[in-house]
Ligand binder design. Structure first.
Ligand SMILES: [Zn+2]
Length: 315
C-alpha cells in the first residue's frame, strides 16, 4: 500500500496525517501555527512531516493544503490573508527539508477534493465545498476535476465583496463575505448581543465567566446547543449571510451538491437551518427546478489533510 502525507495549514494550527489510497488516516500530528513568521511555519510543517515519516517509513509524497493563494504551478503561496506568507516558495522549502516530492494546494481545494473522493460529494462530478472557519474557503469540483482557474486562485469566495465599504478584511479590501460569516464574525455577533441583551445571553455569559470580551467561538456553540437565545441568534445571523452567499454561488456554478465544512459548520443545524432558509428565499423561483442541496461535510477536520495527501498521490 502506498502511503502519502497530507498537511493542512490554517491560521491557527498545522495538522498532518499519514493517509492510505482509500482515504483512511493512519496517524495524526498537530502543531500551533507560528504567528507572523513564514519561515518558521515552513519549519513546523517539515517537523510534522518528519515525525510522521519516522513512524511510517513507506511514505512516498507529501501534499500541503495551505490557506492562501497558490501559484498555478503549485509551488508557492502567493498571498495568505491569515498567515504570514508573501510569494513563499513553500514546495521547495519543505521538499529540501523532508527529501520527498511535495505538492502545494489551497486548503479548501484540498478539502473539496477529499469530500469528492471520499466524503459528502462522492460520485457527484460537479460539486462545491464551502468551509466556514477562521475565514471562508471555497473549492470547486467541475467535471470530476479540481477547478483552479487560469492563475491558480479560483474559488476564493470568502473575499467576494458582499457589503460595499463594509468591514475591513485581512486581504486588504472591505466588505468581504468572510467578515460576515466566519468564526470571528460569529464571536463578534455573540459579543454584541451579549452586550446589548445580557439576560438573553445569560448562559453564554456564564460560560465566559461573565465577561463579554471573554466570549469565544466554542462557548457560543455550546451556549447555542444549550438553548441560549443570544448564541442561537448569533448563528442565525451568520447563517443568513451563508445562505445568501450559497445561492449566489449556485447561480454561477449550478453544482450537484453544496458541501458545508469548516470548524463553524461543525455546529450542524444551528448554522445549517438558518442557512437553508436564507438559501431557499434567495433562490426564489429557481427552487421550483432541480437545485443543489446543502449537506454537511463528512470528513470533518481531516478533510484538508486527506485531500492534500490524495493530490500528492496523483501529482
Ligand atoms: Zn477579504
Amino acid at each position: 500500500v502506498t502511503l502519502t502525507i497530507g498537511v493542512d495549514v490554517g491560521g491557527t494550527k498545522v495538522l498532518g496525517g499519514v493517509v492510505t489510497p482509500d482515504g483512511e488516516v493512519l496517524a495524526i500530528e498537530r502543531r500551533v501555527t507560528p504567528d507572523d513568521d513564514a519561515r518558521q511555519t515552513a519549519a513546523v510543517i517539515a517537523d510534522v512531516v518528519s515525525d510522521l515519516v519516522a513512524a511510517h517509513p513507506g511514505v512516498e509524497a507529501v501534499g500541503v493544503g495551505a490557506a492562501g493563494w497558490i501559484s498555478a504551478d503549485r509551488s508557492s503561496v502567493l498571498f495568505a490573508p491569515n498567515v504570514a506568507w508573501r510569494n513563499e516558495p513553500l514546495r521547495d522549502r519543505i521538499a529540501e527539508k523532508v527529501g520527498l516530492p511535495v505538492v502545494v494546494e489551497n486548503d479548501a481545494n484540498a478539502a473539496a477534493w477529499a469530500e469528492y473522493r471520499f466524503g459528502a460529494a462522492r460520485g457527484v462530478p460537479d460539486a462545491l465545498l464551502v468551509t466556514v472557519g477562521t475565514g471562508i474557503g471555497g473549492g470547486i469540483i467541475a467535471n470530476g476535476e479540481l477547478f483552479r482557474g487560469a492563475f491558480g486562485v479560483a474559488g476564493e469566495i470568502g473575499h467576494v465583496r458582499v457589503v460595499p465599504d463594509g468591514l475591513p478584511c485581512g486581504c486588504g479590501r472591505r466588505g468581504c463575505f468572510e467578515q460576515y460569516c466566519s468564526g470571528p464574525a460569529l464571536v463578534r455577533e455573540a459579543r454584541a448581543l451579549a452586550e446589548a441583551y445580557p439576560t438573553r445571553a445569560a448562559r453564554l455569559l456564564a460560560l465566559a465567566g461573565g465577561e463579554v470580551d471573554a466570549i469565544q467561538g466554542p462557548q457560543v456553540t455550546q451556549a447555542a446547543i444549550e438553548g441560549d437565545d443570544a448564541a442561537v441568534e448569533a448563528f442565525a445571523v451568520i447563517g443568513r449571510w451563508l445562505g445568501q452567499g450559497l445561492a449566489d454561488l449556485v447561480t454561477i456554478w449550478d453544482p450537484g451538491v453544496l458541501v458545508l465544512g469548516g470548524g463553524v459548520a461543525e455546529a450542524g443545524e444551528l448554522l445549517l437551518a438558518p442557512a437553508r432558509t436564507a438559501y431557499t428565499a434567495a433562490l426564489g423561483p429557481r427552487v421550483e427546478f432541480a437545485v443543489a442541496e446543502i449537506h454537511g461535510a463528512e470528513l470533518g477536520n481531516s478533510a484538508g489533510l486527506i485531500g492534500a495527501a490524495d493530490l500528492a498521490r496523483i501529482r
